[in-house]
Design a binder for this molecule. Sequence first.
Ligand SMILES: O=P(O)(O)OP(=O)(O)OP(=O)(O)OC[C@H]1O[C@@H](n2cnc3c(O)ncnc32)[C@H](O)[C@@H]1O
Ligand SMILES: [Mg+2]
Length: 194
Amino acid sequence: MKELVLASHNTGKLRELQSLLDGRFHIRSISEFTQTEPEETGLSFIENAILKARHACVVSGLPALADDSGLAVDYLGGAPGIYSARYSDSGGDAGNNRKLLAELQGVPDAQRGAQFICVLALLQHADDPLPIICEGRWHGRILHATQGENGFGYDPLFYVPEQHCSSAELESSLKNQLSHRAKAMHILKQKLVL
Ligand SMILES: O=P(O)(O)OP(=O)(O)OP(=O)(O)OC[C@H]1O[C@@H](n2cnc3c(O)ncnc32)[C@H](O)[C@@H]1O
Ligand SMILES: [Mg+2]
């Protein structure tokens, strides 16, 4: 079976990516090769996803898949976007969620639309001139308080209209059918004819 390095240090993301790949690769973890995370200096999800995958190829000598994702809030002009992980000073999920709630204080539901965005980049090797890039989006809106314990990151604040709950209240199997990451992975599987 083909080996593939998952180039992420986020355990929530890794769990979902692993489940979405459902045994089609021999998955290797980036932490087997390095604890050092590359600086995400890109100005787009695509650039950052490529940069993370390339770094993983360099340290492992294997093909690598990276995920750059984030939350784009309409009222905030698409922020935090590519800076979603680094939104608050603490940079942790709880701090990021607190800051988001503060920025949207008093904003009515009609103006709280948002989307999760996921870009996957697959590189066969460090010099791969043709990375495979796939994108997925998930539309929802930002709640007024956190709800639910599942998932990670901004999930407790992301209301999923079609399910009438937050994405942190979804079973992981349902999130893995609906999410931005699921949509990007679906496209990746088609491109790889998996
Ligand atoms: O870069 P890696 O090592 O993969 O891990 P990271 O957590 O830094 O990942 P990103 O740079 O792509 O930042 C993604 C941010 O968007 C958030 N995010 C992405 N997908 C999410 C999801 O499915 N549910 C909730 N939050 C999500 C996540 O919590 C981070 O704050
Ligand atoms: Mg990151």
